[in-house]
Ligand binder design. Structure first.
Ligand SMILES: Nc1ncnc2c1ncn2[C@@H]1O[C@H](COP(=O)(O)OP(=O)(O)OP(=O)(O)O)[C@@H](O)[C@H]1O
Length: 266
């Protein structure tokens, strides 16, 4: 039997203050870059959207990579909305950072640092990596009841199958917690990242499509994975330069803590 371990991972949560623009999904242009009257949350601003569309096409063609565009206008006339429409049209993972002039002035951070962070939040890089995943259809989740009532379950078993094999994995407290959080039940097709222990629900197995569960229209049905349960997969993450800075600085903090302990043992 194999034991599944969940290592400590720190999820980076992006705090986005874009409530006022949540209706913007793009620039609302047709295939010949002409603005539709009402589309993708945009209305009016015909000339500005048309011009933004030309810039967008140049970005897509790689002609003006790394350049800046200045949108000028009266307050509340849609400069931010158009900038966001351009970002959304470039793909869901295109980073979009918003900053107000007043945010630059603070006692905690210099103006240069605040501006640098804003720029680095707006630049994303794609990182490709190979990772080991366990992918299979859940046959059974069995959580052992703790001896003391009210205590968290510490042991359990997870049975996964592919078209070729079936394996029972031992579960520790953290995996049990992750399974509970994702509400994994038998019939779900899941992927577990071996390095981080992150569980992703890929959908419900087709074999369970006739279950009498009350399933919403958003439930996705997928085939039971074939071949080995454990496989190497190429995954692409999109991270901003600022997120890389945060990861690097927390690494530096950990290194500093180690140095501190070496200097002051105990
Ligand atoms: N063409 C548009 N279609 C739909 N909504 C729009 C459009 N233009 C602006 N809005 C909405 O109007 C509100 C104000 O626009 P926005 O914040 O983009 O203006 P702004 O020019 O960036 O303002 P400021 O100069 O004060 O930062 C936002 O909620 C925005 O989403």
């Amino acid at each position: 039997m194999t034991e599944l371990k969940l290592s400590e991972t720190r999820d980076l949560t992006r705090i986005e203050r874009v409530g006022a623009h949540s209706h913007i999904r793009g620039l609302g242009l047709d295939s010949s870059l002409q603005p539709r009257d009402v589309s993708e949350g945009m209305v009016g601003q015909i000339n500005a959207r048309k011009s933004a569309g030309i810039i967008l096409q140049m970005i897509k063609d790689g002609i003006i990579a790394g350049r800046a565009v200045l949108l000028a206008g009266q307050p509340g006339t849609g400069k931010t909305a158009i900038a966001m429409g351009m970002a959304k049209s470039l793909g869901l993972e295109t980073p979009f950072a918003m900053i107000a002039g007043s945010e630059l002035f603070s006692l905690e951070m210099s103006k240069t640092e605040a501006l640098t962070q804003a720029f680095r939040k707006a630049i994303g890089v794609r990182i490709k990596e190979e990772t080991e995943v366990i992918e299979g259809e859940v046959v059974e989740v069995q959580i052992d009841r703790p001896a003391v009532s009210g205590a968290a379950a510490k042991t359990g078993k997870l049975t996964l199958k592919s078209t070729e094999m079936e394996t029972v994995y031992d579960l520790g407290a953290k995996m049990i917690e992750a399974i509970g959080k994702e509400k994994v039940t038998s019939g779900d097709v899941i992927a577990i990242d071996k390095a981080s222990g992150k569980i992703t629900k890929l959908g419900r197995s087709f074999s369970r499509s006739r279950d009498f569960d009350a399933m919403g229209p958003q439930v996705k049905f997928v085939q039971c994975p074939d071949g080995e349960l454990q496989k190497r997969k190429e995954v692409v993450h999109c991270v901003t330069l600022h997120e890389i800075d945060v990861i690097n600085s927390s690494g530096a903090m950990a290194a500093m803590a180690v140095i501190h302990r070496v200097v002051n043992p105990g």
